[in-house]
Design a protein around this ligand. Structure first.
Ligand SMILES: Cc1cc2nc3c(=O)[nH]c(=O)nc-3n(C[C@H](O)[C@H](O)[C@H](O)COP(=O)(O)OP(=O)(O)OC[C@H]3O[C@@H](n4cnc5c(N)ncnc54)[C@H](O)[C@@H]3O)c2cc1C
Length: 442
């Protein structure tokens, strides 16, 4: 069986490794990658001794222990990783507020604490007494779930910064398991100053000691190197009887991990309405700006959220050099600033870096004179945007892809909000299925 895997990000690489580990001849696996290096969204970049993850600070964690062990083993074993406690905060004026926000109400100025608590209790009471269903619109859902105060002081401005759209443009479907849901008692405790913890499944995370997050994809890719065709963009995918032709070459099977939005230009047989559905999928891009700092140490934080426009355009900054000492030269440190962009809109110009630095300085997080240099990486597709047409479009797209036997996997290959561990888990699942079919001679 000759297989073409389109894309050498963590999904394509993991799929290839699982297939080979499952007994498939390595020579039958062919990865197409348009970039000059594997890694995709997991890539890291080194500039003058400072390393950063190009699509924002990445951390490794997973509820799936075998997947976690598999990832670590591929990247040099557990000893090649640092284990870190997650310390995240929200910057609110000149204060640090515990994260998630509703676990940090006691850190707010008293008036804001009161607004948030009053709204939270009112929303909770409303839900208990009316049994009102969760609204479908994200903005309305925020009010329904958290109340007016938390919406006004944190959720609305923060989400406006991230999504760059009216909040009701998004559905509330995606929030299950993503937006932390604290028990009411915890919120009451936090408001009166008793510490409570939320979002505990990320409480500990792992990060490669050397090379940035990309050490993971480098490790998965290492034995596959001869199988990866770098700088080789996929230009055409054509169905040919029971098999496929990619860039004019025959394959028994194709697994796509490229964005669904690219497929209309690559698959000439795609019906017009399916192509339109692919093109209409909504996403956001990201510009990540590294600030190299002439400062030996940071506060003991992993990353922080910046909900307010007065804090500049970044919505999140990661204390990158806190992840592993190798990420900055001795005596120096780094911050990684994330700014999202609405899908398809041009990336901001050079004013962006000035605005980021001004915002961070105003917030008391850096001094302008300690910035040694900055470096940016812009990525067109970073976040799936869950608008109201999302589910119907995906259903139509997958029905057609299934009908022609074109497998598709990965964050943008399926348009799902997957972290790298989920990519590995799904690659493992598909590999098992394909190996079973190969054994059955199908
Ligand atoms: C801001 C942000 C923060 C994140 N944080 C975390 C985190 O903390 N922890 C975590 O585990 N995950 C995190 N993730 C998710 C993680 O980065 C992704 O889930 C994962 O990298 C997706 O891998 P993939 O292989 O599915 O897709 P990709 O990495 O996008 O791989 C697709 C590959 O296809 C290639 N390609 C594109 N077009 C063509 C073409 N025409 N021909 C050939 N090749 C092509 C690309 O170059 C790329 O290498 C984060 C993602 C983002 C955006």
């Amino acid at each position: 069986m000759k297989i073409a895997i389109l894309g050498a990000g963590v999904t394509g690489l993991s799929l290839a490794r699982f297939l080979v580990e499952g007994g498939l001849d390595a020579d039958s696996v062919h990865l197409f990658e348009e970039s000059s290096a594997p890694g995709g969204l997991c890539a890291s970049k080194n500039v003058d001794g400072f390393t950063y993850d190009v699509t924002g600070g990445h951390i490794l964690y997973s509820k799936d222990k075998p997947a976690m062990a598999w990832i670590q083993e591929k990247a040099g074993g557990a000893d090649a990783f640092v284990e870190k406690d997650r310390h995240t905060r929200i910057r609110f004026g000149q204060r640090w507020v515990n994260y998630p926000f509703e676990n940090g109400l006691g850190d707010l100025p008293p008036e804001a604490n009161f607004d948030c608590l009053r709204g939270y209790v009112a929303a909770w009471h409303q839900r208990q007494t009316t049994k009102s269903p969760a609204p479908k619109e994200f903005g309305a859902w925020v009010q329904w779930r958290f109340g007016e105060g938390i919406a006004r002081h944190f959720m609305d401005p923060y989400n406006a910064k991230v999504w760059k759209r009216e909040l009701d443009f998004l559905t509330s479907d995606w929030v299950a398991g993503r937006v932390p849901d604290a028990p009411v008692d915890d919120v009451l405790r936090s408001a009166v100053g008793i510490r409570t913890e939320g979002y505990t499944h990320q409480a500990i995370f792992y990060y490669p000691k050397n090379g940035g997050f990309q050490a993971i994809t480098d490790g998965i890719a290492a034995p596959l190197r001869p199988r990866i065709r770098l700088s080789t963009p996929v230009r055409e995918i054509v169905r040919k009887g029971e098999s496929w032709r990619v860039n004019g070459e025959d394959f028994d099977l194709v697994v796509n991990t490229l964005s669904l939005t690219f497929l209309p230009d690559l698959v000439p047989a795609m019906p017009r309405e399916i192509a339109a559905a692919c093109k209409a999928l909504e996403y956001n891009g990201i510009v990540c700006v590294l600030l190299a700092l002439d400062r030996a140490a940071h506060p003991d934080l992993s990353w922080i959220y910046l909900p307010h426009d007065s804090q500049g355009p970044a919505n999140r900054i990661t204390y990158m050099s806190n992840y592993a000492p190798s990420l900055a030269p001795k005596g120096r440190s780094s911050l990684l600033c994330e700014v999202t962009t609405a899908g398809g809109t041009p990336f901001p110009g050079a004013q962006l870096e000035r605005d980021i630095i001004d915002g961070l300085a105003r917030s008391g997080l850096i001094r302008r004179d300690e910035v040694l240099f900055h470096d940016r990486t812009a990525t067109k597709q970073a976040y799936v945007v869950f608008d109201h047409g999302y589910a119907a479009r995906r259903q139509a797209i997958f029905a057609w892809l299934d009908s022609v036997g074109l497998w598709t996997l990965g964050r943008f290959g399926r348009f799902e909000y997957d972290n790298s561990d989920q990519c590995v888990i799904k690659a493992r699942g598909l590999a098992e299925k394909l190996l079973e079919r190969a054994r059955a001679g199908q």
